[in-house]
Design a protein around this ligand. Structure first.
Ligand SMILES: NC(=O)c1ccc[n+]([C@@H]2O[C@H](COP(=O)([O-])OP(=O)(O)OC[C@H]3O[C@@H](n4cnc5c(N)ncnc54)[C@H](O)[C@@H]3O)[C@@H](O)[C@H]2O)c1
Length: 344
């Protein structure tokens, strides 16, 4: 008998990642869908096979469901993920883990109490290109990392979410809270922590709602752009820009400048990883392109989550990892608001 997965929230990330990846995982043989808009759950149950739960309690109380993907919007993660853990389910929570540090801690506490697996979907750690970049940094071949710059931007969540309009929850302060910083920025903060084996310790930032408007035509309540300077515990210096207004083409690139050379990640379409040594020699790697909103590929996140459950592995992204990135995002927004450097 295989595992049974319950998915809460049947919007875009469920349609493009969780459902298709559970469907092809060899250890999962049933999916139960729940959404407070029942027609969304029904549509995905039809598309991927599976059944529909009539309430979130039905799903969370069902003893035949061992694993839960929390794909609700950000403000519900701490409620559903906490309850699922306390009900004895393994949980894959979408990012950001929550809207506040306290809520994230509540989820982490529930994990400790339950002893079940908690993983958070910071999927950038799973791309072959990022893993290869980390291997190169860890090998010491390029010497110490000195500085870095990273960016993540696309044309905005009103082109991605199930509600493709300016009334999307991504634009609402009480629901997304962090705007583009929590949507795209948090991925790169987690990636930097992972690549550098280091944590961001000090931040400054400028933010704005430069272009997006809500359903009434007013500028949105959260930022659609934010640019930051970052300093890590080990003293590395870097910059980061996150944007919902990169119209025309996504940018998901990172450059790491080391003592003995440069790592360029997702800069060239042909070569996902380029290494330029101090003597001018170059190594180009064709690995795989990153998932974009318009081109979703298997992220490997579900397989890794299931492996943790079945083979007792540590989650690649733990609750504590997700909390560390959340703290940086909260610090970045505070820095932008008070116009000062913030220590995390
Ligand atoms: N890891 C990634 O790369 C990635 C990418 C996109 C989105 N996300 C995250 O996934 C989550 C969902 O995002 P999305 O893009 O699928 O959004 P979406 O708007 O497309 O879908 C969200 C769905 O959740 C449902 N929902 C919200 N609150 C609910 C509740 N209380 N009970 C039941 N259903 C509820 C909505 O009805 C909607 O169908 C968000 O936290 C987002 O940040 C992660």
């Amino acid at each position: 008998m295989g595992l049974k997965a319950g998915i809460i929230g049947c919007g875009s990330i469920t349609k493009f990642r969780h459902a298709p990846e559970y469907k092809v995982n060899p250890y999962v043989d049933d999916i139960v869908f729940y959404d407070r808009n029942p027609e969304r759950a029904e549509a995905l149950a039809e598309m991927f096979g599976g059944t529909v739960a009539l309430s979130v309690e039905d799903l969370l109380d069902d003893p035949s469901i061992q694993i839960v993907s929390d794909c609700s919007s950000n403000e519900y993660h701490h409620i559903f993920s906490t309850q699922a853990l306390l009900n004895g389910k393994h949980v894959l929570c979408e990012k950001p883990i929550s809207l506040t540090i306290e809520d994230a801690k509540e989820i982490i506490e529930a994990q400790k109490k339950s002893g079940k697996v908690l993983m958070v979907d910071h999927n950038q750690r799973f791309t072959r290109t990022h893993q290869k970049a980390k291997e190169m940094i860890d090998s010491g071949a390029l010497g110490k990392v000195l500085t870095f710059k990273t960016t993540f931007g696309h044309k905005g969540p009103e082109h991605w979410g199930v509600n493709k309009s300016n009334s999307t929850w991504f634009f609402k302060k009480d629901r997304s809270r962090f705007g583009v910083a929590g949507d795209l920025g948090i991925h790169k903060i987690d990636l930097l922590h992972y690549l550098l084996n280091d944590n961001i310790e000090q931040v400054s930032a400028f933010q704005g709602a430069l272009d997006k408007v809500d359903e009434k035509g007013h500028p949105i309540e959260v930022c659609d752009n934010i640019v930051c300077t970052l300093k890590t515990k080990q003293g590395r210096l870097g910059t980061a820009s996150f944007s919902w207004t990169y119209y025309g083409e996504e940018d998901n690139s990172t450059i790491i400048y080391c003592e003995k050379g440069i790592l360029k990640v997702y800069h060239s379409e042909e070569y996902q990883l380029q290494v330029i040594f101090n003597n001018g020699e170059k190594e180009n790697y064709m690995l795989e392109s990153i998932q974009t909103n318009d081109h979703q590929t298997n992220s490997g996140v579900i397989d890794a989550f299931i492996d943790c459950i079945l083979f007792n592995k540590d989650p690649v992204v733990s609750g504590e990892d997700a909390l560390a990135s959340l703290k940086v995002i909260i610090g970045i927004l505070e820095a932008a608001e008070i116009n000062r450097v913030v220590t995390i």
